[in-house]
Design a protein around this ligand. Structure first.
Ligand code: NAP
Ligand code: 8YV
Length: 327
């Protein structure tokens, strides 16, 4: 319940970047304690930590087992973002803590970004735009792009909610799509490759949209890039950890692949100088879901999961590792 039998409001930790919608959404009903970083949380007094029953994680800040263990009465972690590799779900499961994320409300926005990033990368929109700004057009037309979507086959790495939304867009653009994931996706008719390397041999474009974490770490490595080949394009809207960044930089430099479009990086917000120096890569600052409307919907879902839980209802969007099994 949002209040205990003595009528006291439940104590919640709001952890991560400032979010007015989350703070204002929770503060009327809960006793909220706002901490921005792991270092801040470590300074939280033990008697206060002992009262915390819920955590709102407002961005990509680490909620590891050591941090969560500070809260012995913790019941729920409501995390912003559909990806939750920054939350220790093993700790949560072992301690009967529910973790929720924000699926679905961002799916179409992220898919839009993926398609835009692919087209910008293949058709060289960024240098073309710079050409106009720099007043060079009057001196002659911009070069023809060597790349085109017309002759490409996309191999999706991940074919979940967002992967399928990207595939729909590609197919509407008459681009053939196949995919790799550990199991065939239910109801999806595109060809499934159980082996990533076999798929990379058959396609020239990879669109990455898996979770981060141990099972996908550096799955796009030098071997995958080599078989993708010199026409190869890699679009990453998943997590930076999914790509071996060093191997990608080397492959972009020596022509092992043609180009990449990246929304995510291994050590955000730091992007290696070697990547920033390359012309054949389009770099975005992790903005795939970053429109006002979509981010508001994600913030609201963080709030609504906590409200539902403390009203005695099931959480709205628990992650598969911590399913709701009743109270
Ligand atoms: P989802 O519905 O859970 O789909 C995940 C897909 O990845 C599934 O097809 C899954 O299939 C596959 N997958 C998982 N682990 C894998 C592995 N080890 N090897 C191969 N495939 C694997 O999730 P979603 O809603 O589409 O979101 C996907 C991810 O996109 C998020 O977790 C997040 O990391 C990323 N994302 C990024 C942004 C951004 O701002 N750039 C925004 C939203 C989401 P199997 O389980 O059968 O393998
Ligand atoms: C967010 C994301 O930008 O949902 C995800 O998994 O990566 C993005 O939508 C991210 O959570 C940053 O806070």
């Amino acid at each position: 319940m949002a209040a205990n039998t003595a009528g006291q409001k439940a104590d919640l930790l709001i952890y991560g970047p400032s979010k007015a919608l989350i703070e204002n959404g929770l503060s009327p009903q809960f006793a909220t304690h706002i901490f921005k970083s792991l270092e801040d949380v470590e300074r939280l007094a033990p008697d206060m930590a002992a009262r915390i029953r819920g955590v709102a994680v407002t961005g990509l800040v680490q909620a590891n087992g050591k941090m969560l263990a500070r809260f012995p009465k913790l019941e729920i972690v409501s995390s912003f973002g559909v990806g939750y590799d920054h939350v220790d779900v093993n700790y949560a499961r072992e301690h009967n803590v529910i973790v929720t994320n924000t699926p679905d409300v961002l799916t179409e926005e992220v898919a839009d970004t993926a398609l835009g990033l692919l087209i910008a990368t293949v058709r060289e929109f960024i240098p073309a735009e710079r050409y106009v700004r720099e007043g060079k057009w009057a001196g002659g037309n911009f070069r023809l792009s060597p790349g085109s979507l017309r002759d490409r086959t996309v191999g999706m790495v991940g074919m979940g909610r967002i992967g399928q939304a990207i595939a729909r867009r590609l197919e509407a653009s008459l681009v053939p799509v196949v995919y790799h994931s550990r199991r065939p996706a239910e109801g999806v008719k595109n060809r499934h490759y159980p082996s990533l390397i076999e798929m990379a041999k058959d396609v020239d474009t990879l669109v990455l949209i898996t979770p981060g974490g141990a099972s996908t770490a550096k799955m796009i490595n030098a071997e995958v890039l080599k078989v993708l080949g010199p026409r190869g394009v890699v679009i990453n809207v998943a997590r930076g950890s999914v790509v071996d960044e060093e191997a990608l930089i080397a492959a972009l430099k020596d022509g092992t692949i043609a180009a990449a479009g990246l929304d995510v990086f291994a050590h955000e917000p730091n992007v290696p100088q070697a990547l920033r120096d390359l012309e054949n890569v389009v770099l975005l600052p992790h903005i795939a879901s970053a429109s006002v409307a979509t981010r508001n919907a994600m913030d609201q879902l963080v709030v609504d999961n906590l409200k539902a839980w403390f009203a005695g209802k099931p959480p709205l969007t628990p992650v598969p590792e911590t399913p709701f099994k009743g109270r």
